[in-house]
Design a protein around this ligand. Sequence first.
Ligand SMILES: Cc1ncc(COP(=O)(O)O)c(C=O)c1O
Length: 383
Amino acid sequence: MKEFISDKLQNMPISIFSTISKLALEHNAVNLGQGFPDFNGPEWIFDFALQAMKEGKNQYAPSYGILTLKKAIANYQKKYYDIDYDLSEVIVTAGATEALYDTFSAFINKGDEVILFEPYYDSYHSNIQLAGGIPKYVTLHKPDFAFDYAELESAITPNTKIIVLNNPHNPTGKVYSQEELNFIATLVVKYDLMVISDEVYEFLTYDGASHIPFASLPGMREKTVTISSSGKTFGFTGWKIGYALAKPEWIEAIHGIHQWTTFAVNTPGQHAMANAFDKLEEYLPDFRKLYQNKLNLMIDGLQQTNFNFFKPKGSYFIMAEFPNTFTDDQDAAIRLIKEYGVATIPPSVFYSKSDEGKTLLRLCFAKQDSTLLSGIDKLKSVK
Ligand SMILES: Cc1ncc(COP(=O)(O)O)c(C=O)c1O
């Protein structure tokens, strides 16, 4: 019999998020698993979308994205990070997810090696595999999820092309320090590498931590593709409006894939987000306060449980060690849903080299306070 399905899909895992969400639904569990808010972004953004639709902005957008959105993105990069991008250095994509896929596809040749810090956001791994690349792993170790500088340098070979950075980091909540970023930049120069820097949680940092974009380091703007998402910044993950920033030749390469995948991103959503980014300065203080309060609520709650958590400096995730009544993270995640009614993510699927993930669970706190309180209540009963 002929095999119709492509070899590319051999060994391609089902995303853990689909598995856990399905189980959570079946057991009506409080969902602290999947990484998106269970509440709306600001209502004034709806009005911008509706206005755009009523004004007839409903047909295909330009393939690279509408001008006003590209301008608004370049403006905030200048204002917050002092990085200058012109309009040929921005592309709008269907979420950061598409930007990642396009970028990995555009830069990886068969056999190219790509360095991933683990735990990694799982789409990087699958994208590298789909593009024919070879992932190499460097572990971020608890409690502070630091990496060993020698381990990183020794992972580099003559075939290494890319280092993938996710900062602030999902799932650990790590925010890379200036010193760590400087070290990575040194290696980029020494070994002639590029960096794909996923910064979707750029505005979610806590307790005085601040986000340093990799492209803001001296010399790194020309070596970096920065990827981010209006879905995370404005709390509309379902609108799927992301973007990539890089030098013009690299944006053209990313567009080479984008033109044959989505071609153009939904038009009214882009108009709404262009207006939203123009109001970023007014919006951010409340957004940051909202999430700082949610983090504080989670920390207070977790302190009353038998889970030993690692306080995040960024993102909307917390990693926590579970009590030893469970054998590993998969057992803990499944039994927490079935027996205690709370869904979390077992992070061992985000590790390829280290076993550290087997002792941990990832909790998402982008949830209504009532959801968080009810989740915490269930976790308190775990002995
Ligand atoms: C690190 C990271 N990158 C990218 C994405 C995907 O972003 P988008 O929803 O814009 O596709 C996510 C979503 O959870 C994420 O956590």
